[in-house]
Design a protein around this ligand. Structure first.
Ligand SMILES: *[C@@H]1O[C@H](CO)[C@@H](O)[C@H](O)[C@H]1NC(C)=O
Ligand SMILES: *[C@@H]1O[C@H](CO)[C@@H](O)[C@H](O)[C@H]1NC(C)=O
Length: 377
């Protein structure tokens, strides 16, 4: 099993009450470190990204109060569930304790994939594929084996730490709801077919109800992972800013409300280089959207975008909802994607996959071409 090389460290602000409590942990892809207590990085010492990455000034007077921090965590993908379920019961119990309690990393803000993502084994799926035919009343809705396994794993995490907050994000709705009729991205028509906006909204309701009935209330959703990503050979879908705002305001928000679901809807879930997108969503669906989710992959990623966004939207919560650290990325990366948002009004950070096998899988086999190089996943 492989845990994404994620360096976890307590910030200088962490109040450590027990003298022998480890100050930081490290995991590495070669298995040398497995959430091993580790000397925390110090400014000016082995910090290739520069001391500024690590510096955090704390003003704990009332005047110094800034954002609320929801927490930190990673994404539970189908690959995570598959590899965790290979462990013996006692190992899994120990791993979960280590990941989500204060005896370990204390992760408390987790994301999960709704249906397949690229980090699912074949075949690609959603919760209502219906053999590709339209199922407007969603009578064929079912979580399937992998959806049920996801619910069971999230429930175990919640049982260990009842305070975990969970965000759910789909990579694609069922193919029949899309103009291209596929889960895959295609250069054309990788968009929602608006003939199916009502089933599309109900799909979220059914997913949230099924998870709730399985013991996992989901705190928040984004309606689409990376809505500006239409990558060929991956489950994706384009949703444009205005379209997203209207889908939430006119369909998804009201559908959740009518079903009595208190799940929040977070905007965007993509990179920091298009702040106009979440702004448009907030402006279009102000009664439903109070939080914006950002990814780290913009070419010249600039976390100061979050500060500028905060100036214009002082009451909006901002979360870094996805960042992948490859084995080749400097290990300061995890510090950057947590500290960067925190220094700019961010309320938390969620790393990409919590676990995969040593081949970064199971992952989809990319029927439209060879698998992209690992560094590109
Ligand atoms: C969907 O449900 C509605 C209302 O119950 C019904 O009138 C309609 O025939 C159903 N559509 C299909 C395709 O089953
Ligand atoms: C932010 O929230 C505060 C307190 O609820 C409120 O007084 C203020 O008007 C809000 N600001 C904006 C820009 O919405």
């Amino acid at each position: 099993m492989f845990i994404i090389p994620l360096t976890l460290f307590s910030l200088t602000v962490t109040i450590v009450r027990t003298a022998d409590y480890p100050l930081s942990y490290c995991s590495s892809s070669d298995g040398t470190y497995k959430l091993t207590p580790f000397d925390k990085p110090t400014p000016g010492n082995a910090t290739p990204a520069g001391a500024s990455t690590w510096s955090l000034t704390v003003d704990d007077t009332p005047a110094g109060r800034k954002q609320k921090v929801l927490g930190f965590g990673a994404c539970v993908t189908d690959s995570t569930v598959a590899v965790f379920n290979l462990l013996s019961e006692s190992k899994l119990a120990e791993l979960l304790r280590t990941l989500v309690t204060r005896a370990g990393a204390g992760f408390n803000l987790m994301r999960h994939t709704v249906g397949c993502s690229d980090l699912s084994g074949d075949p690609a799926y959603t919760y209502d594929d219906n053999g590709g035919s339209a199922d407007v009343n969603l009578t064929g809705f079912n979580l399937g084996d992998r959806g049920n396994a996801m619910v069971a794993m999230l429930k175990r995490m919640r049982d260990v730490n009842p305070k975990i907050k969970i965000l759910g994000s789909p990579w694609s709705p069922p193919g029949w709801m899309k103009l291209n009729r596929k889960l895959w991205g295609t250069t054309k028509n990788n968009n929602l077919d608006h003939a199916y906006v009502d089933p599309y909204a109900q799909y979220f309701v059914k997913y949230l109800e099924a998870y709730r009935d399985g013991g996992v209330s989901v705190d928040a959703i984004t309606i689409q992972n990376e809505p500006h990503n239409s990558r060929n050979g991956m489950p994706t879908m384009y949703i444009y800013a205005d379209e997203s705002g209207r889908l939430i305001n006119e369909k998804i928000g009201p559908a959740l409300k009518a079903a009595g679901l208190r799940t929040q809807v977070w905007a965007w879930d993509h990179n920091t280089d298009v702040p106009e997108y979440p702004q448009k969503v907030l402006d279009t669906a102000p009664s439903f959207v109070k939080t914006v989710a950002w990814h780290c992959y913009a070419r010249n990623n600039d976390w100061a975008t979050l500060s500028r966004f905060h100036e214009r939207n002082p009451n909006v919560t901002q979360i870094m909802s996805e960042c992948w650290t490859s084995p080749k990325t400097g290990w300061v990366h995890a510090a950057d994607f947590t500290m960067g948002p925190l220094q700019n009004w961010g309320g938390g950070a969620i790393a990409w996959a919590l676990g995969t096998n040593p081949e970064y899988g199971p992952h989809l086999s990319y029927p439209d071409g060879p698998a992209p190089p690992a560094a590109d996943l």
